[in-house]
Design a protein around this ligand. Sequence first.
Ligand code: ADP
Length: 399
Amino acid sequence: MSLTKELINEALSGVSHPDGGDIVSRGCVVNVAVCSTDASVRICYTQGHPDQPQPDRSTLSNLGKFAEQLIRASAKEQGVDSLGLVIDFVDHAGEVVLKLKSDTKTSADQSKPADQTQQSTPQNNNAAGVPGVKHIIAVGAGKGGVGKSTVAVNLAIGLARKGHSVGVLDGDIYGPSLPTMLGLDAMDQAVIESTLQPFLVHGIKSITMGKLVDPEKPLIWRGPMAHGAFHQLIERTQWGELDYLIIDLPPGTGDVPLTLAQSVQLTGAVIVCTPQKVAQDDAVRAANMFESLGVERLGVVENMSYFIGDDGKEYDIFGKGGAQQMSQKLGLPFLGSIPINTALRQNMDSGNPTKNFDPDTAGGPQLPASLNQLADQLVAQVTLASMGKGSKAPTLSIS
Ligand code: ADP
């Protein structure tokens, strides 16, 4: 037995809302994430009512403690005695107004009191292997064409729109897509005292091999050369302070993605997959690759999940939910799904990814909603990963 999102939501439905009903039925529980014996919950009391004032900190704190009791009781029923729990109270803009963090895992018989902080407190600010960068997250896929770069770019922009400082590195050195997706074609790479200056577009910093080599020439680098180039991109770029550095890895599980994933201290990896069975088989291989490297698997994204026609109806083309089932089978968090969307393809091809976040230019509200949900889920999983283990230095174990 294990704790699930559904059980947490059920537990939280025991918390009443001051205006009547409970916080779940009123839509105040904006996100729940669970990974093994860690859970994270985001609650917005003014959800749907931005004009209402936020409850004060002591009210939120009491509500949080009550919510914690209910979740712990539910966890206990499932045999989960020690649970790492983060409850974030957020305002209407998604800003955290109060964070309650409690962990009964550090001491089996003595529960630590809930710690209240306003800022997120990652275990090791400099554990990511690049000075000033808190979390390095790799985005990988079992094969090309599933939308790995699309997900990497939209995750980066989604996180930036929520107030985080974000960089994205095009590690797909054989087929860099960032120049097109971020609209960098007309820009030149700036170098100051042999340091690469990242491009500053769409609210994120970015760097890509595509701006350092002739885009028409194929890059036929062998593993060690690719590794060297990748390292230079990371180390010689002046990233400054970043909350997240997203790395778009080359597709597959061959020598190059494996070496690159191993060569930097990753907070974790996101695996992109389309719903079909054949795509899932490749994604399982990617998930296994990260596991063998000791890289935390932060979750699976199902891309091209379903199609929304001009009539606004959903069409299930590839078998919606396949990747979610695969993630459940592997015991990995499911971060969410992205529909097949003509506007998304056009926005990415024309270097206008921020248009994906505006319903007027994203073919309706579904795409912005799913991209926002993905960013929220990723933040939650990174918090859980940091609580559980901290950032890991990947090592290859051969069995
Ligand atoms: P990968 O990095 O896995 O090779 P890309 O991110 O480059 O894949 O995506 C391949 C193509 O598919 C791009 O033209 C991209 O715009 C398009 N694409 C990706 N995801 C979607 C989607 N959900 N809806 C429509 N087009 C998509």
